[in-house]
Structures are given as C-alpha cells and as structure tokens.
Design a protein. Structure first.
Length: 241
C-alpha cells in the first residue's frame, strides 16, 4: 500500500466504528456539497451538525478534516471527529495551520498513543512528516530506522531530542547517533543532555566538556550517568583548564 493510500486507510478509529452518531443521517450529502456548505461564511452550527451526522459526507477525508478545523464546529463534535480520524488523517490535522492549538495537542497525543499498534512502515512514514511532538515520541522507537528518520524531521525540536535522551538510557545507538549528528550535536542544551547520558563516547564527552564553563560542567557531572572513568577524565580537564 502506498503512502497516499495509508493516509486514507491506515490506523483505526479510537472508538466506535468510524461514524458520527449514526441514526440521524440526512439524505446523503456529496463531498462537494458538504465542503461547499463548510466554506459558506454564513454556515450555522445546526448545518455543521447535520453534516457531522451525515454518514455519506463523513466518509470523505476532506470533509472530516474540514469539519474538525471549522471555527463554528461545536467542540464536542470536533473532539469526536478527531478521535475517529485514521492515523495519517490525525497527522494531517495536527499540521494544519487553521486547526486550533488545543485540538492539535489532542491529535498529537492520540497519535503517540497509537504508535505501538501501527506497522513499522507506517511509523517510518510518520517520522518523516509528522509534527515535532510526535517526532519526539518516535525517537523512543526500538527500530533504528524509525528514530533515524525522526532525527531528520524538520519539525523536530531541541526539547524533543533532550527528552528522548533522558528516556533512552538503554539505547546506546541513539545516544551515539545524536553525538555525531550535524544539527543536534552542536546545540548546547543537547550537549548538556549527552553529558548526562551513560553512553556518550569519551572523545565526544571531552569535546563537549571543553565548551562548557567549569562550574556548569561540575554540576552536570554530579548527576551524570557517565562511567566514573570518563568522569575522572572530564574532571581532569576542568583542573587543567
């Protein structure tokens, strides 16, 4: 299945069967008519509710996304629609500039909650295109192809990398990848996080430590998980600086 098909069909609605309160169907709005109504500047909440209860209209991905992002959609309906979006629809919703920030956060949380139940290929596709929040969650994936892709996601933030480093004490490969990453290894806060990790190689630890003021380095080493042998080398660096 290609990625375009995954956008339509990947994942499972969080609850229900993917429809919105069946039993109140209108005669059956077409996708074009439903979208036209939603674009009408004078559309009422009642009309929006009719669309939300129209099973024919709600089969359309475009209608579902338009309904969830519409400023006049009642919150209870927007939440219901979001929870019933498929995985890649959730990803798209979270990236829409017009989507309310609080609903984007909910979409990100729902996506992160589904990561354990979707396929490797879907996680890699998500890692490439998802929001920074979800990319940060994918840095914790056990499959290297997933977190390697997430590290290159342009929406990934520094805080996402730092949080992942704090949670992946058992992932030597991830820590080393960040140590040598052209973008993330030069960030000072990321370097602080790397110096707290047990798996930062000695050569990189020395490199990072030399650019940190001695008082700060002492504080970092006090809570660091680095091996004592590495800490001794770094403390010697402090004394000689």
């Amino acid at each position: 299945m290609d990625e375009a098909s995954q956008v339509e069909h990947s994942g499972h609605p969080a609850d229900g069967d993917g429809s919105i309160e069946p039993g109140r169907d209108s005669p059956g709005l077409s996708e074009d008519l439903a979208l036209a109504r939603l674009k009408d500047s004078e559309v009422t909440k009642e009309s929006i509710e009719e669309i939300a209860h129209d099973s024919a209209a709600m089969k359309s991905r475009k209608v579902r996304l338009a309904l969830a992002t519409h400023a006049r959609t009642p919150r209870r309906i927007a939440l219901r629609v979001i929870r019933e979006l498929y995985t890649f629809e959730l990803m798209q919703f979270a990236l829409l500039p017009v989507a309310p920030a609080d609903l984007k956060r909910i979409a990100d949380e729902l996506l992160i909650g589904r990561l354990a139940s979707i396929t490797l290929g879907e996680r890699i596709a998500l890692a490439r295109r998802c929001s920074g929040v979800v990319a940060g969650g994918l840095l914790l994936d056990k499959e290297s192809r997933v977190w390697q892709t997430a590290l290159e996601n342009p929406r990934l933030t520094e805080i996402g990398v730092i949080r992942a480093l704090a949670k992946t004490r058992g992932s030597r490969a991830f820590v080393e990848a960040v140590c040598y990453h052209a973008k993330w290894s030069v960030r000072i806060e990321v370097r602080y996080a790397l110096l707290r990790s047990a798996y930062t190689p000695l050569t990189k630890a020395i490199e990072f430590a030399r650019r940190i003021p001695p008082p700060q380095l002492r504080d970092i080493l006090h809570v660091s998980k680095l091996p004592e042998s590495v800490k001794r080398v770094l403390r010697k660096e402090i004394q000689e600086s």
